[in-house]
Design a protein around this ligand. Structure first.
Ligand SMILES: *Cc1c(COP(=O)(O)O)cnc(C)c1O
Length: 375
């Protein structure tokens, strides 16, 4: 097997689900496994998550739902983003539960159901969740439209209003302004849900909380929470009472495939950005931006080997990068090199260096890097 691999610690996922469950007490947990479970591998993560007590899953594309169904997963799967009309027969056959928020789409879905063969659940009404935009400025109806849309859904004989949801734009921030915005969103959401109930309709499962709100905003928990990044091991808050004691699931590691002596004044890698100040030894790692290691990390990261930290030097290439082992280096060829992982510098630390978020770091570790499941 290739040296470069992503070890996925499923025991940490199970532990993170317990941490979230303890924090919230009663509501249901939806485990978002969109984007191949944030790069961790959708099917193994979904299986482990459901075993550990997650109640449902969520994806962002019909194909992602198909992958889970083909693996034999029959838990409810929410579809967060709207598909094209031509994807509806497949969505129906796969029994994915879409977020809906406009009449045209609701009608298209009802029509597609009319002409679909009875699925595994027969002719029972097909569940949908009404998505309300309370201030994210993305998908969702306006809060004041929600009661009418809910009634419109309920008038379709083949549809069931199984849930009502919103998404929070700034719940992972503790600035006064952002906390205020979350409160505003929650007021609008609660009013919309009350409006639906006032019309004599049952809203089904009411849900709003992403990771930030699961950690910080108890009034956003309602019937179900949808924490993604927290379950993958990155707490939106590092300290204080809102910090969740979760552990990263992904460990990115490789091995030194070659060791080489460099003389003072010699340069390493493209553009000759790094020159040896003294005679030294470097290790070559078979990992680069073609695996998803950000090139902007060049010269700004240290890898962990045999308990010590050693700096990456020179430009990160597509398939290789170089680590400075120092003049009297004791690190042997084939030694394991951890790029990030639990119990050490993690993807959130890496994100801080390159100016992004841990989501993007783990999502970008691509398919050339084999996932190895442990725990
Ligand atoms: C991705 C997503 C989540 C999870 O967000 P995190 O920030 O990872 O907790 C929840 N809800 C919706 C609608 C999403 O798209």
């Amino acid at each position: 097997m290739r040296a470069t691999r992503a070890i996925i610690h499923l025991d940490n996922l199970r532990q993170n689900i317990r941490v979230v469950r303890e924090r919230i007490g009663f509501p249901l947990i939806c485990l978002p496994v969109k984007a191949d479970a944030y790069g961790h591998g959708a099917v193994p993560v979904a299986r482990a998550g459901l075993e550990a007590g997650a109640d449902c899953l969520a994806v962002a594309a019909v194909d992602e739902g198909a992958e889970l169904r083909e693996a034999g997963i029959d838990a409810p799967i929410l579809l967060f983003t709207l598909p094209l009309p031509e994807e509806l027969p497949r969505l129906i056959a796969l029994h994915l539960t879409p977020f809906v928020f406009d009449r045209e789409f609701i009608r298209l879905l009802a029509d597609a159901l009319e002409s679909a063969l009875p699925g595994p659940k027969g002719r029972q009404p097909f569940p949908v969740h009404l998505k309300i935009d309370t201030g994210m400025g993305r998908a969702g109806c306006r809060p004041e439209e929600a009661p009418d849309l809910a009634a419109f859904i309920c008038r379709q004989k083949n549809l069931e209003l199984a849930g009502v949801a919103t998404h929070l734009a700034a719940s992972d921030s503790t600035t006064e302004d952002d906390i205020g915005w979350t409160k505003t969103q929650l007021v609008r959401f609660r009013e919309a849900v009350e409006g639906i109930k006032a019309g004599g309709l049952h809203p089904g499962i009411v849900h709003a909380a992403n990771s930030g709100a699961t950690a910080l905003h108890e009034d956003a928990w309602f019937d179900m929470v949808r924490p993604g990044i927290a379950l993958y091991g990155y707490s939106p808050f590092k300290d204080g009472p809102a910090a969740l004691p979760v552990k990263p699931i992904m460990e990115l590691s490789t091995q030194i495939v070659s060791i080489k002596h460099i003389k003072q004044g010699e340069s390493v890698s493209y553009g000759r950005t790094w020159t040896a100040a003294e005679d030294t030894t470097i290790g070559i790692l078979p990992l680069g931006y073609g695996d998803g290691l950000p090139r902007s990390l060049s010269g700004k990261w240290k890898v962990r080997m045999e308990g010590g930290l050693y700096p990456l030097i020179g430009r990160i290439c597509m398939d290789q990068c170089m680590v400075n082992l120092g003049a009297g280096a004791k690190i042997p060829r084939w030694a394991k090199a951890c790029i990030f992982g639990p119990g050490m510098q993690d993807a959130a630390d890496m994100a801080a260096v390159t100016g992004t978020i841990p989501y993007e770091i783990t999502c970008n570790i691509n398919k050339r890097v084999k996932r190895i499941y442990e725990g």
